[in-house]
Design a protein around this ligand. Structure first.
Ligand code: ATP
Ligand code: MN
Ligand code: MN
Ligand code: MN
Length: 294
């Protein structure tokens, strides 16, 4: 709720100031106040008041010293994304925080039409900036705003993957829109597979999961890459269990050198889960061949 409350305190001028800082961030560790003022056509006293407020709300961080400058925080990026989603009629209200993943903060929300949705804010490099520089070479060239670029990239990747998956009829949440690092999807009224006990038809669920992986591989050309009983939501629709696969930003294309290995790992995880919990007798190799369309 902090995010929603903070958002409500902002006026148009504040969003304009945030947007300028966002735009200049690739060029500065902290965007100098003179640059912010130059890019905005508003009195410098207004800019100063807005920056003061944004700093207090922790939407920007101020640097004092040989020059005064500002940079966005994750919350600053969050409110910019929310603003765009609201203006475009994709989102009306933000609700409770449902979870803090390793790679995201997930909120419930409402559309202007009153439908419940999910807003997933991608977080990259929350652990440590050093780590990103080590694993992602291109991050090192633009160290000041790499978290920003990488988080936006994750949002765009997940949204585009979901669009294609949804189009070919895979069981994934319907994507509704995105801005920057924030992705809005339909709310899946279900529970994670690992907490869902006493499945009625485990074999049929496993088949449906494999069918989604097959559509992803054969029709879209991607491998999930982080599949497990935690990234599958089970919904009961028409007395039938329907397993939705979520959490796609780390997907790899099937031509990727690691695709084969990741596909094998995804299938093995799920097969092992059904074998252990439901004693389903599965031939992993057969499943892999099925998913690859062989
Ligand atoms: P992880 O740390 O496991 O990689 P993540 O940060 O990448 O997770 P997701 O797995 O996409 O984030 O979402 C986190 C949690 O939010 C899910 O486990 C699920 O409980 C909930 N969730 C995500 N998307 C939806 C949805 N469309 N409908 C309902 N709940 C959802
Ligand atoms: Mn994960
Ligand atoms: Mn997850
Ligand atoms: Mn994830």
């Amino acid at each position: 709720v902090l995010l929603a409350l903070t958002y409500k305190k902002l006026v148009d001028r504040d969003f304009r100031v945030l947007a300028v800082i966002e735009r200049e961030m690739p060029r500065y560790e902290y965007v100098p106040i003179e640059v912010i003022e130059r890019r905005l056509r508003m009195p410098s006293s207004h800019v100063a008041m807005s920056l003061q407020k944004l700093n207090q709300l922790k939407l920007v961080r101020r640097r004092l010293g040989d020059y005064t400058g500002y940079r966005l925080t994750y919350m600053g990026l969050d409110v910019l994304a929310l603003h765009s989603l609201v203006e475009r009629g994709i989102l009306h209200a933000l609700g409770d925080k449902l979870g803090v993943g390793k790679e995201s903060d997930v909120y419930s929300g409402l559309t202007p039409g009153g439908e419940r949705v999910i807003v997933k804010f991608h977080r990259v490099g929350r652990t440590s900036f050093q780590k990103i520089v080590r694993v992602r070479h291109y991050a090192a060239e633009r160290p000041y705003s790499s978290w920003l670029q990488l988080a936006k990239l994750a949002g765009q990747r997940e949204f585009r993957a979901l669009e294609e998956l949804y189009r070919v009829g895979a069981l994934v949440p319907k994507p509704l829109g995105y801005s920057r690092h924030a992705v809005v999807t339909e709310y899946i009224e279900g529970v994670e597979l690992y907490v869902y006990k006493d499945a009625m038809e485990p074999e049929s669920m496993l088949r449906d999961i494999m069918e989604t992986l097959r559509k992803a591989y054969v029709e879209v050309g991607i491998v999930h890459g982080d599949l497990s009983e935690y990234n599958i939501l089970v919904v009961i629709e028409d007395d039938k269990e329907r397993p939705y696969i979520i959490d796609w930003p780390q997907y790899v294309e099937k031509e990727h050198p690691s695709a084969e290995q990741l596909l094998r790992r995804d299938v093995e995880y799920v097969a092992r889960f059904f074998r252990k919990r439901y004693r389903v007798d599965v031939d992993t190799e057969k499943l892999i061949r099925y998913v690859k369309g062989e």
